[in-house]
Ligand binder design. Structure first.
Ligand SMILES: NC(=O)N[C@@H](O)C(=O)O
Length: 321
């Protein structure tokens, strides 16, 4: 089932998205509500309305499918790390620590963009996209989402959505030299969409090790620049969720990105491999299109570079105690 949000003739609607129409959940129930009730209840509510007339698809504009509670973004594709480390850090290497556990950073749930939006960006000379598959966490009756084992973590996966982790590589490289982040190189925009496909739809697509062999591709202005299989991750999603919950908690509405796929899942990987800015960084007006098999397609146009108010450099201060 495809679950999402839209802006239509009656304002914002939240419910199920069929090929020809959208149908709101009953009684004003929202996507956040069904995430908080769990997958079984969401499917029950969706099936209860799916014969209704709803609103024609072409009469609505899809919004991002949820307002995330949080966004964790992993770095689970080894091939991506090989390329991007050269581009961001100057040396191509996969450090031994990458293999030990899946690593992530937190990005900004307030900067989520929908497919179809024009995405304004910071002042950057190295704008990039990152093609990812993300999972959305739903409630599981009897679970508080804390310190989950892998099996329990799997049951918290409500569904999947396509993610573009927009990245300003020059800003990112500067801040990571300070041994923190990424933050401002990333937190201006993350596209999620076009909807959430519920996890039951992928149960028979999992391979013997729990990976999803879905084809993923990205093109710029109609030209394909990258393609990979989601099953090339180092860890399947339930292990990412278990790591996120380790000595902590995952909650309904949390989004966990896979990390950028390999084989051209971002420009930075290609720049790192070739030592050249080819294909060139994204520019205003460029169209970025991402498709993940069985999940959907997101398309955005790069907007303007937005100047930000200046902040002075650190002042050298006496270390008075
Ligand atoms: N999430 C993710 O894969 N991104 C980083 O590796 C990166 O900034 O390239």
């Amino acid at each position: 089932m495809r679950i999402g949000r839209w802006n239509g003739p009656d304002g914002i609607g939240e419910g199920i998205i069929l090929d020809d129409r959208v149908i709101a959940f009953p009684d004003g129930v929202t996507v956040a509500d069904v995430l908080a009730r769990g997958l079984d209840e969401a499917l029950r509510l969706g099936r209860a309305v799916e014969a209704e007339q709803g609103v024609p698809r072409d009469a609505v504009e899809l919004l991002a499918p949820l307002v995330p509670a949080s966004i964790r973004d992993f770095v689970a594709f080894e091939e991506h790390v090989e390329g991007i480390s050269a581009s961001v850090d100057g040396a191509s290497e996969v450090v031994p620590e990458w293999y030990q556990l899946p690593t992530f950073y937190f990005t900004n749930p307030h900067s989520v963009r929908a497919s179809g939006e024009v995405v304004d960006v910071p002042e950057t000379a190295r704008l990039d996209f990152e093609l990812e598959l993300a999972v959305v966490i739903g409630a599981v009756p009897g679970s508080d989402g804390a310190n989950l084992d892998v099996e329990a973590a799997a049951s918290h996966i409500f569904g999947y959505t396509v993610m573009n982790d927009w990245s300003a590589r020059d800003l990112q490289a500067r801040e990571m030299k300070v041994r923190l982040g990424p933050a401002k190189g990333k937190d201006f925009a993350t596209t999620l969409g076009p909807w959430i496909v519920t996890a039951d739809e992928f149960a028979d697509r999992l391979d013997g090790d729990g990976f999803l062999p879905l084809h993923a591709e990205v093109s710029i202005n109609g030209e394909r620049v990258g393609e990979d299989r989601i099953s090339n991750m180092g860890w399947p999603f339930p292990e990412l969720v278990a790591y996120a919950a380790r000595n902590s908690v995952v909650r309904p509405g949390d989004v966990l990105g896979s990390g950028t796929v390999g084989n051209g899942g971002c420009l930075g990987e290609l720049w790192g491999r070739s030592g050249e800015l080819s294909p060139p960084p994204l520019e205003p007006g460029d169209e970025v299109r991402m498709v993940i098999e069985g999940v959907g397609e997101i398309v955005n146009t790069v907007g303007q570079r937005v100047p930000a108010p200046p902040i002075p450099a650190a002042r050298k201060r006496p270390r008075n105690r």
